[in-house]
Design a binder for this molecule. Structure first.
Ligand SMILES: Cc1cc2nc3c(=O)[nH]c(=O)nc-3n(C[C@H](O)[C@H](O)[C@H](O)COP(=O)(O)OP(=O)(O)OC[C@H]3O[C@@H](n4cnc5c(N)ncnc54)[C@H](O)[C@@H]3O)c2cc1C
Length: 398
């Protein structure tokens, strides 16, 4: 059998892995997704999607279903969490959509993952295997074997490591140690809309920026719920993901904020805690027939709300390159790496910088932020975000 007839293996059935599966089958490839968990799914919370995510949905063939599940917020709003005054906003209305060719939206993660999963399940070219943790890989001749934790070897034409922040595929391929612990602790809660203070039920993705902390909220699920994401730069030393935490522990880091900002947190419940991690960008995510994608390749802080958007762009680009290099998987993966590296590195580093200069400054630093950001016109904002939301990243190329 020619190795091109073997399936392309994808380690990880998160947003990036499923998007890659869909993108590849649209280019006529067979795909086997190997997911470590016993069931495919996403823990519930919200996610913001820039227009570039919708460019990717269209390329993945799920544009209409993705649009149907989204809430279209009409502004990105930046509030000063000490004074409760608006610093600035970006208008996401008609002019924004016309400029970037798609809307800005917020969705429930489970709904987003569900759209991708349904499309994968509908494709005869995609096999989804759960309880299949990829431990490492071996390359020989014209194929690659994913070695599962059980010891089983699964052969494929290529292996895409979409296995997230703690990727085993990355560990072998890049070998750059554990992710960097940012010291930022994020607490997440999804609350029924009626618990959200009425005067704050804005149709906006809102960020309240305060000294060493911030609050984000937006409506979800047809306005039935509000997503609360509150973050404190408390120098937490260890990575943590999804640990339940008491309400008292959450509120402790926000006592210095304006009462209006604090009142948002008061209404949260069933909080879960993450200590955020990222990595420095690296130039190479490819070794022969193995490549990384999404958080496995370029984990980032969430301050540009772009991690999932980048994973979906990666998926589209990967499939384009595989299609553009028939019979030459290694060249295709190298071309994919080359096309995605600078853009994703820029988002990784800019996300960190936004944490420092937009989300968490104090005193004169915060006053400078307010002055610079308040002075921009809407057109200047659109120019500022054009590199990220514009269509170039997923356009078909020869
Ligand atoms: C607080 C917070 C807010 C965020 N907000 C946004 C936002 O608004 N917009 C945005 O675009 N992004 C956002 N992100 C980022 C986004 O969630 C991630 O970038 C995105 O989910 C990455 O997808 P992924 O598929 O690459 O990785 P993951 O979602 O981590 O998926 C990896 C998958 O691989 C599986 N797996 C792991 N190890 C193995 C293995 N060895 N073998 C097989 N399978 C394995 C896992 O079980 C999982 O299913 C946010 C992140 C955080 C933490």
């Amino acid at each position: 059998m020619s190795t091109d007839a073997l399936p392309i293996l994808i380690a990880g059935g998160g947003i990036g892995g499923l998007a890659a599966a869909l993108a590849l089958v649209r280019k006529g490839r067979r795909v086997l997704v190997l997911e470590r968990a016993a069931a495919l799914g996403e823990v519930g919370a919200g996610i913001q999607l820039g227009p570039n995510a919708f460019h990717a949905f269209d390329a993945l063939g799920v544009g209409d279903t993705a649009r149907a599940m989204a809430i279209y917020v009409d502004r990105l709003r930046l509030m000063d969490a000490l004074s409760a005054a608006e610093i600035c906003h970006i208008d996401l209305g008609e002019r924004f959509r016309a400029r970037f060719g798609n809307p800005y939206a917020v969705v429930h993660r489970g709904d987003l993952h569900g759209v991708l999963l349904k499309a994968c399940r509908g494709s005869p070219l995609i096999e989804l295997r759960t309880s299949a943790a990829v431990a490492r890989y071996e390359q020989e001749g014209g194929s690659v074997a994913a070695i599962l934790a059980s010891g089983e070897a699964v052969r494929g034409a290529a292996l895409i490591g979409a296995d997230g922040l703690w990727s085993n595929v990355r560990k072998q391929l890049v070998d750059d140690g554990p992710p960097r612990v940012s010291g930022h602790t994020t607490y997440r809660s999804v609350i029924p809309t009626e618990r959200m203070p009425e005067q704050l039920r804005w149709n906006a993705a809102t960020l309240w920026a305060g000294p060493k902390c911030h609050i984000v909220h937006y409506p979800l699920q047809g306005w039935k719920t509000f997503n609360l994401v509150v973050t404190c730069h408390n120098d937490a030393p260890e990575p943590v993901a999804g640990k339940p935490v008491s309400h008292a522990e959450v509120t402790a880091g926000f006592q210095h904020l304006h009462p209006t900002a604090r009142s948002i947190i008061d209404h949260g419940r069933d909080w879960k805690l993450w200590v955020l991690c990222d990595r420095d960008p690296v130039e190479n995510w490819v070794e022969g027939r193995v490549a990384l994608l999404g958080d496995a390749a370029h984990p980032m802080l969430q301050y540009m709300a772009q991690g999932a958007c980048m994973a979906m762009e990666d998926a589209v680009c990967l499939a384009q390159m595989i299609s553009a290099h028939p019979g030459a998987i290694e060249a295709a993966l190298a071309a994919y790496n080359a096309r995605r590296m600078l853009r994703t590195a820029r988002v990784q580093l800019q996300s960190r910088a936004m944490g420092e200069h937009v989300y968490h400054p104090a005193g004169a630093h915060a006053a400078l932020r307010n002055a610079i950001m308040a002075a921009k016109t809407q057109e200047e904002w659109y120019d500022t975000v054009a590199w990220i939301y514009g269509g170039g990243a997923v356009q078909e190329e020869a």
